[in-house]
Design a protein around this ligand. Structure first.
Ligand code: GLN
Length: 468
């Protein structure tokens, strides 16, 4: 796509330099040219996208006013429901499931006139950090196809990074927007928990899941966020927040020195610290903050998340949802449906989750993890008394090789060390591309105060202008 920023596309549409149909056919051409190799998409909605483009072109021709997102091609992670189309969550069990309603975010995007190009690949039910757990094969990194895209929203990250679409949506339970954004050199934003409705998102771990955008700039991520945020009566945790932005001359950013040591590749650390040097004094001041308690976050996440997963996966039993296996008794149907339909990582998490919730272990694991979750939130609250946002790497390494960690779940889980704290505390967090290490993109993460999403985006925009 020659133009990939929303405002540039919008200007081109209204000045008639480019039609919406041209934009959509460029997007489809890019998918045709590159997706055989990269495998970002599970489904492309060619006809409906072209029809929508024609409708908006007719609107432009008649001189009607055009909204900012109108005509902009958008990809959606395939755990977000689009009425009347297959939504698989990259699982065998849902390979023929047709969504009966639109997710809230899809309704909002349609209202804004965005055009849905297709559904993107993910780790099965969003469980993973490389998109290798997809039942339909992995998504590859556009910078080096021997490496992973990251995950679980790897397809959405690659669709944006390789110019197939200007924007995409993903979901982030423990880093699944920020980590693939970091691996693929794009912007990925996880809003505060409760800021975007989860209605129509296939649940992974309900107290952690949040939908958010991928884009090539913070401004574009903000435009998408503005369209999808707000209260939805169908999600009782969603909220309407009226938030002002401070527009400070200088922002104070906290570096969690005691936490940043854990497993960080020195080459990544250098790129991150160089960006601090560049920004220091130029509208930013950096101070160390103590966030030692964040080192418990990963262990805590890998108890709370599977506990919720084990409960959320119960509905895929061949009766309520899922391709039903043939068997003689009800319990055999349940057993065979799940044995056949779920991949190994989903089964592993159901087993761990059932264990930590079982009588006798509940107090030792689940309840204890809930207490640690409170500690993590408190540690952030204290740090935010002194700083406007927290800065740290998004990931401890650059995108790893395909197959490198897929047989070693623990090594894979360690990749999430820097992303899970924001989910546990419900905070907004964004990953910005700030440089490269050995040719692969490096992401910087900024974490903001709860429900101060626009403030965080303003800080990220400033950082982007200063460091890019
Ligand atoms: N990589 C993390 C996990 O495997 C995060 C997943 C996510 O955010 N959906 O749980």
């Amino acid at each position: 796509m020659s133009i990939s920023k929303i405002r540039d596309l919008h200007d081109a549409f209204i000045s008639k330099k480019k039609s919406v149909s041209e934009h959509i056919s460029e997007s489809l051409a890019h998918i045709r040219a590159r997706d055989g190799e990269l495998h970002a998409f599970l489904d492309v909605h060619i006809e409906s996208a072209e029809r929508e483009a024609e409708r908006i072109d007719a609107k432009i021709a008649s001189g009607d006013k055009l909204g900012t997102l109108e005509g902009i091609g958008t990809a959606l992670k395939d755990n977000i429901l689009v009425k009347g189309t297959v939504t698989t969550a990259a699982s065998q069990i849902l390979k023929s499931y047709i969504a009966s309603y639109d997710a809230f975010v899809v309704e909002r995007l349609r209202d804004a006139g965005a055009i849905i190009i297709g559904k993107t690949n993910l780790d099965e039910f969003a469980m993973g950090g490389s998109t290798e757990n997809s039942a339909f094969g992995p998504t590859k990194n556009p910078y080096d196809i021997t490496r992973v895209s990251g995950g679980s929203s790897g397809g959405s990250a690659v669709a944006v990074a390789s110019d197939m679409v200007p924007i995409a949506l993903g979901s982030d339970t423990g880093g699944s927007i920020r980590q693939p954004a970091s691996f693929c050199g794009v912007v990925g934003f996880k809003p505060s928990y409760g800021r975007v409705s989860r209605s129509g998102l296939i649940a992974m771990a309900s107290s952690l899941d949040q939908i958010g955008p991928f884009a090539t700039s913070v401004e574009d991520a903000e435009i998408v966020f503005r369209a999808i945020e707000g209260k939805d009566p169908l999600d009782m945790t969603s909220q309407e927040i009226n938030e002002g932005v401070s527009n400070k001359k200088e922002y104070v950013l906290g570096i969690p020195e005691d936490f940043m040591k854990d497993g960080l590749d020195p080459k990544i650390e250098k790129v991150i610290r160089d960006s601090f040097k560049k920004a220091d004094g130029a509208n930013f001041k950096f101070v160390p903050v103590s966030l030692k308690d964040l080192s418990y976050a990963l262990a805590c996440y890998y108890i709370i998340m599977p506990a919720e997963v084990s409960s959320n996966m119960a509905r895929f039993d061949g009766m309520r949802y899922g391709d039903r296996a043939k068997a003689d008794t009800l319990f055999e149907v349940y057993g065979k449906t799940k044995a056949k339909g779920f991949g190994v990582e989903v089964k592993r998490r159901i087993a761990i989750g059932t264990y930590v919730l079982s009588h006798g272990y509940y107090d030792a694991y689940y309840l204890q993890a809930q207490r640690v979750r409170t500690l993590v939130s408190k540690a952030f609250d204290e740090a935010f008394l002194e700083v406007d946002a927290i800065v740290m790497p998004t990931t401890p390494s650059v995108a790893f090789k395909l197959g490198e960690k897929s047989q070693n779940p623990l090594a894979m889980y360690l990749e999430d060390i820097y992303t899970v704290p924001a989910n546990l505390a419900g905070l907004p967090a964004i990953s910005l591309p700030i440089g490269k290490s050995e040719g692969m993109p490096v992401g910087l993460q900024l974490i903001g105060k709860r429900f101060a999403d626009y403030e965080l985006l303003a800080i990220a925009k400033r950082f982007e202008e200063t460091v890019a």
